[in-house]
Ligand binder design. Structure first.
Ligand SMILES: Cc1cc2nc3c(=O)[nH]c(=O)nc-3n(C[C@H](O)[C@H](O)[C@H](O)COP(=O)(O)OP(=O)(O)OC[C@H]3O[C@@H](n4cnc5c(N)ncnc54)[C@H](O)[C@@H]3O)c2cc1C
Length: 392
């Protein structure tokens, strides 16, 4: 059977590998010209870990993982105001937490494609899905390549794994305004070469202890620094992402100012939002990962759910003998998977209220919560809150 996957992010690549291993012929369309280098550090725990172990992806991920010892909040002078020990965080999250840079997670998923029989999976970078054509019992898609040429694809199954602003979702279920739940923040991420800052932030996430915005950075093992900036957009903000970030973050200390200086012209910068859908499938089309169930970085499980959802979808499809059974298999997957997505979304929404404190009282409360996490009797009480609200 033939599958067409739009989006070579984590969800799309893991679904491609699983279907390829099950003997499907798979085409993956990705609008970027190659694997995307952007993104910050993601905590990988919960359903994704169990799924990765089950499908044999875990060794690839463990190899790519970074060693994080602590998350440290600092003031404008770089002095630590609160610290969370990562072993403690890992224990609160039920153990087995991997810290993975988003592009490393994507690279690991790409490497794992080699587990499928040769010739079964075709990756088309620089190929943007433009229009879905629904047909009884099959799907077709018009795409555009890097040279502006139209290309026509047909398959038995279409998987929309094209992220928060999914074109497949728009074509099959309608405009994104009906499904996107904006959590009132934006998140930007980029990676820069800065050995000096790297040395001071090795093995620890450093986060600014600030009101209304949070800048976070982490020293990677190759000497570069991964930067994450979370903020609330304001009316009159500059259109250009770099100018906007400079407007919001200048003055949070010398390190942040230096990272702003090095910010690329157009870093990854998007709304922090969830996608809430009544169902994920329609006929032979299904939505996967952020496209159908984004939980937001506040839930801390985007990568984990991308892997777990892809594994579950492929498991629902692997024993089908006839393409006519696809719609029922997709509907079954949708009903089961939505339960997991809803629960992660609820935790993301709870975290949204406390993630960017709006006042000094809110900031002091967050400090107290983090400091109290080392007091054993309070561990259970605040575990959920810490896990949900720590910056990724
Ligand atoms: C560049 C980038 C940086 C990110 N950084 C972070 C981060 O720092 N922290 C965090 O928690 N989450 C981040 N995310 C989100 C995180 O990757 C997802 O929440 C999670 O991994 C689920 O992934 P996904 O595969 O469902 O979607 P995504 O990772 O968004 O992947 C979707 C893919 O589809 C492609 N695509 C979109 N439209 C089309 C189209 N019309 N035709 C063909 N291809 C298309 C995109 O280029 C992208 O590669 C980032 C996402 C991206 C794309």
């Amino acid at each position: 059977m033939r599958a067409l996957i739009v989006g070579a992010g984590i969800a799309g690549l893991v679904a491609a590998r699983q279907l390829g291993v099950a003997g499907w012929s798979v085409d993956v369309l990705e609008r970027a010209p190659g694997p995307r280098p952007e993104g910050y550090m993601m905590d990988f725990f919960g359903p994704g870990v169990r799924a990765a172990e089950r499908i044999g992806l875990y060794p690839y991920l463990a190899q790519a993982a970074h060693r994080v010892r602590a998350a440290a909040y600092v003031d404008v002078d770089g002095r630590e105001t609160a610290r969370l020990d990562y072993e403690q965080f890992s224990a609160l999250a039920g153990g087995n937490v991997l810290s993975l840079l988003r592009p490393d997670l994507e690279t690991a998923a790409l490497r794992a494609l080699g587990d499928a029989p040769a010739g079964g999976i075709h990756l088309h970078y620089g190929c943007r899905a433009a229009r879905v054509v629904q047909r009884p019992g099959a799907v077709a898609l018009v795409a555009e390549d890097q040279h502006g040429q139209s290309r026509w694809f047909e398959a038995d199954l279409l998987i929309g794994a094209d992220g928060l602003h999914s074109r497949v979702r728009e074509g099959v279920f309608g405009p994104e305004s009906g499904w996107l739940r904006d959590l009132g923040m934006r998140a930007a991420a980029y990676i820069v070469a800065e050995p000096e800052i790297n040395a001071g932030a090795r093995h620890r996430f450093v986060l600014t202890d600030s009101i209304g915005r949070t800048a976070a950075y982490y020293g990677l093992r190759d000497g570069r620094v991964a930067t994450l900036l979370v903020y609330r957009a304001l009316p009159g903000d500059p259109h250009n992402a770099r100018d906007r970030l400079r407007r919001h973050f200048t003055g949070l200390g010398a390190t942040v100012d230096r990272l702003l200086q090095l910010c690329p012209q157009e870093p990854y910068d998007d709304v922090v939002a969830q996608v809430v859908m009544p169902r994920l499938s329609h006929g032979n089309t299904v939505l996967l990962g952020d496209a159908g169930g984004a939980v937001s970085l506040l839930a801390g499980q985007g990568g984990s759910l991308a892997v777990a959802g892809a594994a579950q979808l492929a498991a629902s499809l692997e024993n089908l003998e006839d393409p006519g059974w696809i719609p029922a298999a997709l509907a079954g997957f949708s009903a089961r998977w939505q339960l997991t997505v809803r629960s992660a979304q609820a935790s993301g929404r709870r975290a949204a209220a406390s993630f960017l404190p709006a006042t000094r009282a809110g900031l002091l409360l967050r400090r107290w919560v983090i400091r109290s996490s080392s007091v054993p009797p309070l561990d259970r009480l605040i575990a959920r809150r810490i896990v949900a609200s720590l910056a990724k």
